[in-house]
Ligand binder design. Structure first.
Ligand code: EPZ
Length: 418
């Protein structure tokens, strides 16, 4: 258990560099299985989810060297098509290995990755997409056995633009016979990053970032070197931190086009968003004006992963915000913790009505999920007095050295490990 002790009230200012994106690295690390050779992935911070994914790759036979945020993975000795249940349960995104393992070995066996606090997170769309590619899928008591002599290109229609299902089908189709078209594909920037990585290995994918992705299967893929994109959710978290503390933060290497919707909301609330040649400055001198309505939706809509940090900002904004969470069914556990700090929030199903208060007050609060945990740290920065955020390693899943970076910007934060 980690206790993050925060003394609120300081405005954050200075510059911060954004690390590699968790939601880009996890599918890319799975995709290395498609190539028989060595891949070198840089801009890869030791996030706990990344470390778990590397454990999964070792477990199926990969040789891994990892230092200075660069990982070398040699897949030539992969021998195991059955994925470790314990690791599967630790990391939902382990499902990304399914497609590549099938394409590589013709077989894959796994336990259900399980849900997490934000929802049950089924994998039906992943399995439907693979069945469309000719995979035989057998589901028995919590286990899934997939087999396929040779994947066949096909048209895959996703009922919902699932990020993970889009990525799994993209990866499997890269080594299929013939062409695959994914219709109603997810458009997230991390999918473009995955397309670029697979094409660097010799793949032939186009259309990522749109709702229609075309994959021409190839005979084999080769190891390559690649650097992951900066994390747009971490970028957005620092943008919100600046607005929340009436600060001025220069976010280096931020990709402005990936945070447009958030930038628009922050500007509407009174922030200045300045485009610099290598990043963005977010400046806010007055109390933020509440956003009338925020609805999370698939990219390019407002990202569900920034819903929790944005909720924190709204709790001390001038006015009332209606926040609707359309993507995950259980992403409001944060509200109970923010109420301990004096927030005025009413929740009904997927809607939260947030009435801004002048100030939150410090309290002891608990994290329930990754983004909610980051949102509580932000709340502590804006609150009067001392806040203690009790965290069981959830924040480290997706933020590398968050407390250290906030401290460097002027936040009064101490981390106590227990
Ligand atoms: C990815 O999760 C991200 N994770 C999530 O980030 C992100 O919130 C989500 O996309 C939406 O942007 C990674 O990329 C590693 P989905 P994923 O499939 O792929 C339902 C974070 O905090 N669904 O687009 O699991 C699902 O239940 C994490 O960094 C099915 O019904 O998201 C959810 O309601 C959290 N069947 C919705 O679709 C399926 O087979 C969106 O899920 C798959 C998904």
């Amino acid at each position: 258990m980690k206790k993050i002790v925060i003394c609120g009230g300081n405005s954050l200012s200075g510059e911060v560099e954004i690390h590699g994106a968790k939601n880009s690295l996890l599918p890319i690390l799975a995709a290395v299985v498609l190539a028989s050779g060595e891949c070198k992935i840089s801009n890869c911070p030791p996030l706990s989810d990344v470390l778990t994914m590397l454990d999964l790759l070792r477990d199926i036979g990969c040789k891994i060297e990892y230092a200075d945020q660069t990982v070398r993975i040699d897949t030539r000795s992969i021998h195991n098509y059955s994925m470790n249940d314990g690791l599967m349960h630790k990391l939902r995104s382990s499902i990304f290995i399914l497609g590549p393992l099938l394409a590589r070995m013709g077989k894959a066996e796994l336990g259900y990755p399980g849900g997490c606090d934000i929802g049950i997170r089924p994998i039906d769309l992943h399995l439907k997409g693979l069945r469309d590619l000719g995979v035989t899928v057998t589901e028995t008591e919590g286990h899934v056995l997939c087999s396929c002599s040779r994947l066949q290109g096909s048209e895959v229609y996703l009922d919902y633009p699932s990020v993970g299902a889009t990525e799994n089908v993209m990866m499997a189709a890269s080594l299929a016979q013939g062409a695959t078209v994914i219709c109603n594909a997810a458009k997230e920037p991390e999918i473009v990053d995955l397309q670029n990585f697979i094409n660097k290995m010799g793949g032939r994918i186009s259309g990522a970032g749109t709702g229609r992705i075309v994959i021409h299967g190839v005979e084999r893929l080769e190891g390559c070197e690649y650097s992951a994109m900066p994390d747009r959710i971490v970028t957005g978290t620092f943008m919100i931190a600046s607005a929340l503390t009436k600060g001025e933060i220069f976010i280096k290497n931020a990709q402005r086009e990936c945070v447009n919707v958030l930038a628009g909301k922050l500007r509407d609330g009174g922030c200045e968003i300045l485009d610099e040649d290598k990043g963005i400055v977010v400046r806010c001198h007055d109390r933020f004006k509440a956003s009338n309505i925020i609805e999370t939706m698939p990219y390019p809509g407002f990202p569900t992963d920034l819903q929790s940090p944005m909720m924190t900002l709204q709790t001390v904004a001038k006015g009332t915000c209606i926040l609707i969470e359309n993507v995950f069914e259980n992403r409001f556990r944060l509200t109970g913790e923010l109420k301990k700090m004096g927030a005025d929030i009413t929740v009904k199903d997927r809607m939260a009505v947030i009435r801004g208060v002048e100030k939150l007050k410090g309290a002891t609060v608990n994290t329930h999920d990754l983004r909610g945990g980051a949102a509580l740290v932000l709340a502590g920065l804006a609150a009067d007095g001392i806040t203690v955020v009790k965290d069981d390693g959830l924040i480290d899943r997706g933020y590398f050295e968050l407390e250290k970076q906030l401290k460097a910007l002027g936040g009064e934060i101490v981390v106590l490990e227990e």
